[in-house]
Design a protein around this ligand. Structure first.
Ligand code: PHE
Length: 336
């Protein structure tokens, strides 16, 4: 019995088999246990000697089982480690990394610059009432300036906003005559044929400041500071008189061309300057229509094309790159 039991322990190949062997010999109904039970049938004289022998076999067997158990555990662990080992010389798995779209990045930069100057960021709907897009911006029905912005109409009174200026009127209405200092970035839409510099959907950001004693010098200071922070301190700016129905006087701001330093090249069409935004002092009628007393309050507003700002910053010469989602283009901005 002893030899048979020891052999069974030796041959057990798994912990399961070992445990079955232990039960077969040492368990409650195991062979060795049965043997001890039958001791009563022996002559009293023989009992001590037989008992001693059986117990020593029992101890021996228990030791063998626990030794084997340890062995099997180590073996299993070694196998597991071998199975799960990592070959550090294999090439890594590559996966595509997403990145911030260059236009989103420019919007963030513009927001950072203006928030740093105390502006808040406001928002408005893309599908807009004719009233906010045109009338409240001092362009009544049949006003010739409406032709400057060829419009997608949805109904007679509802349209896709042609600029972010309607957010001016909405913000003024909601502030109910209190001072305003906001920028309003977002999409705008015009019925243009798409080409290198036109897109029927594009982005602008509007800016609007209204308070007591706001003057043209505030406009110039704010926008000059913006140009320096966006393009660098070495860039020069100039303001030219211009016309927008919702401002008086109106202006456009140019920055000096980075490509030629202002001497004239193909980028700036030999002028040395690149136009980046429209601006002006808020027209008294615009203030009045949205609930401000033009005798007490003045303000300035500006609007810039975000794609244009981005094109100048990154040296992109075709606006369509921003909308085609060509990964070869977008991957160049992964580090933004
Ligand atoms: N809304 C004008 C445009 O789209 C830009 C502008 C905004 C000009 C505010 C002056 C003041 O062309």
């Amino acid at each position: 019995l002893r030899a048979r039991a020891m052999e069974a322990v030796r041959q057990a190949e798994t912990e399961q088999e070992l445990s079955e062997t232990r039960v077969a010999y040492l368990g409650k109904k195991g062979e060795l246990t049965q043997f001890l039970r039958q001791m009563g049938q022996l002559a009293p004289k023989e009992r001590p000697a037989v008992g001693k022998l059986v117990n020593s076999i029992r101890r021996e067997l228990e030791e063998a089982v626990s030794r084997k158990e340890k062995e099997l555990k180590e073996q299993a662990l070694a196998e597991q480690l071998a199975r799960e080992s990592v070959d550090v010389t294999l090439p890594g798995r590559t996966f595509d990394q997403g990145s911030i779209h260059p236009l989103s990045s420019i919007v963030e930069q513009i927001e950072d610059i203006f928030i740093g100057m105390g502006f808040q960021v406001a928002d408005g709907p893309l599908v807009e009432w004719d009233y906010y897009n045109f009338e409240a911006m001092n362009m009544p029905k049949n006003h010739p300036a409406r032709d400057m912005q060829d419009t997608f109409y949805i109904t007679e009174d509802i349209l896709m906003r042609t600029h972010t200026s309607p957010v001016q009127a909405r913000t003024m209405e909601s502030r109910k005559g209190k001072p305003v200092k906001v920028i309003c970035p977002g999409f705008a839409f015009r019925r243009d044929d798409d080409d290198a510099t036109h897109s029927h959907q594009f982005s602008q950001t509007e800016g609007l400041v209204i308070d007591k004693n706001i003057a043209m010098s505030d406009l110039k200071g704010t926008l000059t500071e913006f140009a320096h922070r966006m393009y660098g301190e070495d860039r020069r700016v100039r303001f030219r008189a211009s016309y927008f129905p919702f401002v008086e006087p109106g202006a456009e701001m140019d920055v000096s061309c980075a490509n030629c330093g202002g001497d004239g090249c193909h980028v700036c069409k030999k002028t040395g300057w690149i136009e980046i935004l429209g601006a002006g002092m808020v027209h008294p009628r615009v203030l009045e229509m949205s609930g401000y007393d033009p005798e007490k309050y003045t303000g300035f507003a500006f609007g810039m094309g975000i794609e244009r700002v981005a094109m100048l910053k990154y040296g992109v010469d075709d606006i369509r790159y921003y909308f085609n989602n060509d990964l070869r283009f977008l991957r160049q901005f992964v580090s933004l």
